[in-house]
Design a protein around this ligand. Structure first.
Ligand SMILES: Cc1cc2nc3c(=O)[nH]c(=O)nc-3n(C[C@H](O)[C@H](O)[C@H](O)COP(=O)(O)OP(=O)(O)OC[C@H]3O[C@@H](n4cnc5c(N)ncnc54)[C@H](O)[C@@H]3O)c2cc1C
Length: 440
């Protein structure tokens, strides 16, 4: 029997696809919830945990309640309580300096108002480049106005995910499977999803399938006009112990106008990245909902080092990160990057997550659409997802997380106002412009 929010019965079997922050936190929440004590829980991922190219696996992620939307400020602030306690071994509360110099100043102003209204954040308004420079300890300022929230910070993402994985394993409730889901088992006569087909030719069946495959989700479900994958850039630079100790206590810098940010170093590595519109990687594939029909669709899907071990950030991206580094710390401007990486967002039209029963298929729930900002919710998002499974979407997220009433062409997406930098870049075209194997 397939499960929907209208069902009165609790699903006896639940299958989760994806062990990123959405899937793993859902598994944890389900395994602790007495309502599901008799339900079997299976979590399948295409990679052995931790997936080397998963969006939730990296040296660092910003942990902030600094949002232009009050609902996300509330939830992020609730998550921070756990970052300061349960996940304190992985959390560093160094502050976040949020700046802008263009239209993104609106986001900064709204975010400032939201964190001030919390009443618990130590916030310092920065009215000039001099003030930004002083707070961030850099030679030059990036952005013309902004503020620093000393109550925000960053976390060792992989470390926190490993802790969560250990917590889930310790419940003894979750059956972990390493295999690639090749398709959902969809019955078009009953419009129900009954499980998945794996690349090993096995099938896994379940009353409820929770699809949380991050940026790969559009390869398993037709999400055109609802969610798309965009590749974002990361460059890593080695520091000596003196440089590490000087820069480690500084706040994270995020300039929303060009999207560039720098997270304080850990283990002798400084990270520079861009929270931007990203690259698309259009791929034509059989319609995942009707692979036997011969119909194809074209969607953006991740390309990672798992697909091509020699993949590097295109020269365009490396140059931007290099220029940002040179502006802030000219003394490091010629030091080569040790590693670069393209990491994939699952973007939605408004930057809101997609946490919803599928509008057509019973037995299918989707938890994705991280839109480049979901990691910080690791301690709380699983419980929220389970609430939504039970048909109890939190009031302030109603109309945000549910399946959109209509698909909107990607050109018309408005975003959440936090993205700056170049637009409409296609990964293959950018790679073709430069030597992808080189590092600047
Ligand atoms: C560069 C970058 C910087 C970011 N910075 C921040 C930040 O500072 N703060 C913040 O809060 N958030 C940040 N984010 C966003 C955050 O990391 C993501 O929103 C979040 O990690 C997404 O989690 P997920 O579970 O959706 O995806 P993932 O972590 O990618 O998990 C999806 C999993 O599904 C598996 N999978 C995929 N396809 C299949 C298949 N067919 N079969 C089986 N398994 C499959 C994958 O192997 C993977 O493990 C950033 C993201 C990126 C890329």
């Amino acid at each position: 029997m397939s499960f929907s929010s209208q069902s009165r019965t609790v699903p006896s079997s639940i299958l989760i696809i994806g062990s990123g922050v959405f899937g793993l936190s859902t598994a944890f929440s389900l395994s602790k919830n007495p309502l599901f004590k008799n339900s079997s829980i299976t979590l399948v991922d295409r990679q052995q945990f931790p997936a080397p190219d998963g969006s939730s696996i990296d040296s660092s992620r910003i942990i902030r309640s600094d949002y232009a939307s009050p609902a996300y400020t509330r939830l992020a602030s609730a998550a921070q309580v756990h970052w300061r306690t349960t996940y304190r071994d992985h959390y560093h509360e160094n502050g976040l300096c949020l700046t802008a110099s263009g239209p993104e100043q609106t986001y900064v102003t709204e975010s400032l108002a939201n964190v001030q209204s919390l009443g618990t954040c130590k916030v310092q308004v920065l009215k000039s480049q001099d003030e930004i420079k002083k707070v961030s300890g850099t030679t030059n300022a990036s952005g013309s106005i902004g503020y620093v929230n000393w109550s925000s910070g960053w976390a060792d993402a992989e470390g926190a995910m490993r802790q969560l994985y250990a917590q889930v394993s310790a419940t003894g409730r979750v059956n972990f499977v390493t295999d690639t889901v090749t398709r959902l088992l969809i019955s078009h006569s009953t419009t129900a999803v009954t499980g998945v087909q794996l690349s090993s030719n096995r099938t896994l069946t379940a009353d409820l399938t929770i699809l949380a495959a991050g940026a790969w989700t559009p390869s398993l479900l037709d999400l055109r006009g609802v969610a798309k994958s965009t590749g974002q850039i990361l460059c890593y630079l080695p520091l000596n112990p003196t440089e590490q100790s000087v820069l480690a206590p500084k706040p994270t810098l995020l300039n929303l106008s060009n999207g560039l940010f720098m997270i304080p170093p850990s283990n002798g590595t400084l990270k520079i990245a861009r929270h931007g519109h990203g690259y698309t990687n259009p791929v034509t594939l059989p319609n995942p909902e009707r692979p036997e029909s011969g119909e194809t669709i074209t969607v953006s899907l991740p390309m990672t080092v798992v697909d091509d071990p020699n993949l590097e950030v295109p020269i365009e991206g490396q140059r931007e990160c290099r220029a940002f580094l040179s502006q802030l710390h000219p003394e490091l401007s010629t030091r080569p990057f040790t590693k670069t990486r393209i990491c994939w967002y699952t973007d939605t039209r408004t930057g809101d997550f997609l946490i919803s029963h599928h509008p057509k298929y019973t037995g299918l729930f989707v938890a994705t659409g991280g839109s480049g900002h979901a990691f910080k919710f690791l301690p709380v998002i699983g419980d929220q997802i389970v609430e939504c499974v039970l048909g109890q979407t939190p009031e302030d997220f109603r109309g945000k997380w549910e399946w959109p009433a209509r698909a909107v062409p990607e050109e018309a997406w408005e975003g959440d106002g936090s993205r700056g930098g170049p637009v409409e870049m296609v990964l293959g075209e950018e790679i073709a412009k430069g030597n992808r194997r080189g590092k600047l």
